[in-house]
Design a protein around this ligand. Structure first.
Ligand code: ADP
Length: 394
């Protein structure tokens, strides 16, 4: 599994049957002065500096040349490479085997995800060279949400902006949602087709989705990953009139507006302290007013979205928390459920404190609506999709 960012490349060898990752690692600061790669193979760990300017290809060269050939060749049998690709536009509602037309379609979606899709293509090109004998599969963050009805995915803008330019809501984190809703159905003990779930993926980027019988019917991210919830450094929903005011009255250039909304807002912007939820919780408990306020905005916005998704779902069988914050933050989960008291959510404080660091389970009382914590595993979904696609080809 490869997950390429513009200056990073995460890799993992994933067993599609169990989700286990015998080998994993990340190349960072790629293309910069001091790129490096760190890795874990079973119980061993290591880190290696790469040559200045080394990029994605160098990380894969190291992966193939040193890690796989020297250490793991007899142990691991590679059958395919699965790539995480952020934006599949309206081209992809499922994962696909990569060929020339797939690459062209991913390129065509780059206008919608200028930071993410070109990075995904770097990963695909480097992997095609490093593993010429292996089939390559693309798994899209947006694909799961292609089932949204038009009244949920359209903006109330002139319709030609959609029909001519693809301006609509696409949503992200689909791979994570697929994993957690399958797992939630198992924990509830009913077929996925019969359960209605609201899932919140809360990491540096954060979103929430309404999933009816395994099908996404609404989600908070939009054409880009900026819409919706308060995030680490992204603002989420704002009045679009603010952008006009920034440009016309305060003379911000488009690039400055982009930086403001993407990198300087969210938890960081409000707290004036950090974008990191854990650091903010510690500061808030020490009485830092900015940290308290940032967390208050985060939790209130999330609770409002969850309540709104009662509209498409009518009956909510489970509320699921996942992602770094969802899986770990006792504070955020407690605050969100407090807001949702009117919907029958009653926190089980002891379970909430106990469930963190990779654990899964229920955080509401027996006499309450059901809220679960489920650690996500996007890599497993990518590996499973890759295996399924190559098997169906054979
Ligand atoms: P990404 O979106 O980059 O994959 P993650 O899913 O790893 O991010 O989530 C990162 C977020 O999770 C950070 O805000 C981090 O502070 C938060 N987080 C991790 N552990 C904890 C914790 N124990 N308490 C609160 N927040 C935590």
């Amino acid at each position: 599994m490869l997950n390429a960012g513009s200056s990073s490349l995460k890799f993992a060898v994933v067993d599609p049957q169990t989700g286990a990752q015998p080998l994993s690692g990340i190349g960072e600061s790629l293309g910069n002065n001091k790129p490096s790669v760190s890795w874990r193979y079973r119980d061993a760990r290591g880190e290696r500096a790469l040559e200045a300017g080394a990029a994605h290809g160098a990380v894969l060269g190291f992966l193939v040349g040193e890690l796989i050939t020297n250490m793991a060749a007899r142990d691991l049998q590679l059958v395919a490479v699965g790539h995480r690709v952020v934006h599949g536009g309206e081209y992809f509602s499922h994962s696909v085997l990569i060929d020339t037309s797939t690459v062209e379609a991913i390129e065509a979606c780059s206008a919608l995800a200028p930071l993410h899709n070109p990075a995904g293509l770097l990963g695909i090109r480097a992997a095609t060279e490093a593993f010429p004998q292996l089939p390559q599969v693309a798994v899209f963050d947006t694909a799961f949400h292609q089932t949204l009805p038009d009244y949920a995915y359209l903006y109330a803008l002139p319709h030609h902006l959609y029909s001519e330019h693809g301006i609509r809501r696409y949503g992200m984190h689909g791979t994570s949602y697929r994993f957690v809703c399958e797992r939630a159905a198992k924990l509830i003990g009913r077929p996925l087709e019969e359960v209605n779930i609201i899932a919140a993926h809360l990491g540096n980027g954060a979103s929430v989705a309404a999933i009816k019988g395994g099908i996404s019917v609404d989600t908070s991210m939009g054409m880009t990953p900026m819409e919706g919830l308060v995030m680490g450094t992204r603002c989420g929903d704002v009045d679009p009139g603010i952008l006009i005011h920034l440009a016309e009255s305060l003379h911000y250039a488009p690039a400055e507006i982009n930086r403001l909304l993407n990198r300087e807002s969210g938890l960081l912007g409000i707290s004036e302290l950090s974008n990191d939820c854990r650091a903010l919780v510690e500061a808030a408990l020490d009485g830092h007013r900015g940290a308290e306020l940032a967390l208050a905005l985060f939790c209130y916005r999330l609770a409002k979205y969850i309540a709104a998704y009662a509209v498409p779902l009518r009956r909510i069988d489970a509320l699921v928390f996942t992602g770094g914050i969802g899986e770990n933050s006792v504070y955020v989960r407690a605050k969100v459920l407090e807001w949702l008291g009117g919907f029958g959510y009653l926190l089980d404080e002891e379970n909430n404190r106990r469930i963190r660091a990779g654990a899964e389970g229920r955080i509401t009382r027996a006499d309450s609506s059901l809220a679960l914590v489920i650690p996500t595993n996007e890599e497993w979904i990518i590996a499973r999709d890759a295996l399924q696609l190559i098997e169906s080809r054979e």
